[in-house]
Structures are given as structure tokens and as C-alpha cells.
Design a protein around this ligand. Structure first.
Ligand code: FE2
Ligand code: FE2
Length: 279
């Protein structure tokens, strides 16, 4: 069994996590499952994926708003059933979301996308595919929101200066496997050992450099690891020479953590818990 299991959550840092929380809950069908009382919220979606909202001091380091092809952890794609795509786009349009480019877009092969921004300017998109990328059975979590139109994260996108080298690093270091080399639109996808976590890699057009660890925006991808494997996982990554942001530690509440950067400076962390956050 692979020790690096897949994505546990994606973290979004914000100067107003309460506003973002309310917006995600009412527009994106997410449910608050953890509130630490200090502005950190965990939001759960129908397919079991989670977003963590974390308070930060300053606004985005991207000049203005992040652009679609700016390097870094750049967008989160949310999956909708094909028959629900129109209704989801309609609802977001009625809510007055800022859209990006010419959207929605229907591709000949049946793929449909809708690009928009959350109130902080983070790039999100809806995606519906005739054939799902992941064939994993969606976990039926008792905590998950019911009857959600928007089902949860399909993939998280990294805009890379060298997408082939970077995706190979995720394969070699973190046990992802390549599932789509080129989807016909210049992108590649890798799948985590859990059979459901997907990262997309796209060529950057604008290298904005390494962003601070806790700047506003889509800021880190958390990799799930068994609590008993966390120390070993951190040691393995350190042996590969990753830049360490917060060294391995076991917190009093039973959470084991290790924060580091991938070779292009994107923030990742290992998280091992005694109990899963969502049940
Ligand atoms: Fe996190
Ligand atoms: Fe994408």
C-alpha cells in the first residue's frame, strides 16, 4: 500500500474566511464540518473532497487578480453531472459571479466547462464530462451535504514552468500515476493512490515566482497519510531534498504534519490524523 494516499484537502487562504465560507456554502453546496473558532474552516462536499479556509494578513501577491496561466497552484475544478451543468451555471450566473474569458464552453467530445472567480478572485471552474477521469466509487459520508448540484473537487490545477518535469516529480515522489498525457487541450492529469485525487498540470505563460507560504489564494494541497506512516513519509521527502517549511511534528490533538514545497515552490503538506475529519 502506498503511504502517500492522495489529496486530503486543498487550502485557500483569505483575508476574510467567514465571507468566503458563507459564499462557498450557499453557492457551491459545501458544508462546514470544522470551525476552530479562529477563522479556520473545513468545508466538505458531496464527493468527500474538502477545502480548508485559512485566515491570512495580506491580499494576494499576484498583481491584481491571478490570471489563468500564472504559475502556481492556480485553480480548483468542481464536478457536476452532465444533466446538472446548465442548472449549476445558471445558479452561479444569477449569483453574479465574475466569469473568465468566453464561458461556458462546450467541447465537441461532450466536455463542458464554466470558468469563474470566487469573491477573493480565486479561479474556479465547473466541469462535466461524459466519461469521468476517476472511476473511484464516491464515498458515502454521513457528514456530506445531501442533494448537492456541485459535487466537489474533480481536480486541482498547477500551472507549471516545466509541467512534464513537475508531474514526473509527483509520480516519483508522491506515488501519483499519469492517467491523461494530453487531453487534447494541452494538459496532463495524475491520479493519487486513493483512485480519486487528481492534479492537472498546464504550461505556464507567466512565471510569477515562488509565492509566500501563507499568502492569499489557493495555497496548498494536503496529502493524506496514515498517522503511523507520517514520520517516515516526511523523512522520505526530506531525503529527496524538498524545501521544508514546517518540520514534521505530532500535535497534541493527534494530527501529524509536515509542510514542504514541490520543486517549483508550490506548498504541500502531509497530514496524518487519528480520526478522519469527515465521517
Ligand atoms: Fe491544510
Ligand atoms: Fe482544470
Amino acid at each position: 500500500m502506498a503511504i502517500f494516499q492522495g489529496i486530503e484537502h486543498v487550502a485557500v487562504f483569505s483575508t476574510d474566511t467567514t465571507r468566503l465560507r458563507d459564499w462557498y456554502v450557499s453557492n457551491l453546496d459545501m458544508k462546514v464540518i470544522l470551525d476552530n473558532g479562529a477563522g479556520v474552516y473545513f468545508l466538505l462536499m458531496g464527493n468527500g473532497s474538502m477545502i480548508e479556509l485559512v485566515p491570512c494578513a495580506g491580499p494576494s501577491v499576484c498583481a491584481g487578480k491571478p490570471q489563468v496561466k500564472d504559475s502556481g497552484l492556480r485553480h480548483i475544478a468542481l464536478t457536476v453531472d452532465t444533466q446538472d451543468f446548465g442548472a449549476a451555471v445558471h445558479r452561479l450566473s444569477e449569483a453574479g459571479v465574475e466569469t473568465i474569458g468566453k464561458t461556458p464552453h462546450q467541447f465537441p467530445e461532450g466536455l463542458a466547462t464554466f470558468h469563474f472567480r470566487d469573491p477573493d478572485g480565486n479561479i474556479l471552474h465547473l466541469i462535466s464530462r461524459p466519461n469521468r477521469l476517476s472511476l473511484a466509487v464516491v464515498p458515502r459520508l454521513a457528514d456530506a451535504p445531501k442533494d448537492a448540484l456541485i459535487q466537489g473537487i474533480e481536480h486541482t490545477c498547477i500551472i507549471a514552468n516545466d509541467p512534464e518535469a513537475l508531474r514526473q516529480w509527483y509520480i516519483d515522489a508522491l506515488g501519483f500515476q499519469l492517467i491523461v498525457r494530453d487531453d487534447g487541450h494541452g494538459t496532463a492529469f495524475v491520479l493519487g493512490a486513493d483512485g480519486s485525487s487528481i492534479i492537472e498540470f498546464i504550461q505556464a505563460e507567466n512565471n510569477i515566482g515562488v509565492e509566500p507560504y501563507k499568502a492569499q489564494g489557493i495555497r496548498h494541497i494536503a496529502i493524506r497519510i496514515g498517522q503511523a506512516d507520517a514520520a517516515q513519509g516526511a523523512a522520505r521527502l526530506k531525503a529527496l531534498g524538498v524545501e521544508v517549511l514546517e518540520d514534521y511534528k505530532a500535535l497534541d490533538n493527534g494530527v501529524h504534519l509536515f509542510f514542504f514545497r514541490d520543486p517549483e515552490g508550490n506548498v504541500l503538506h502531509l497530514v496524518g490524523r487519528s480520526q478522519p475529519l469527515a465521517k
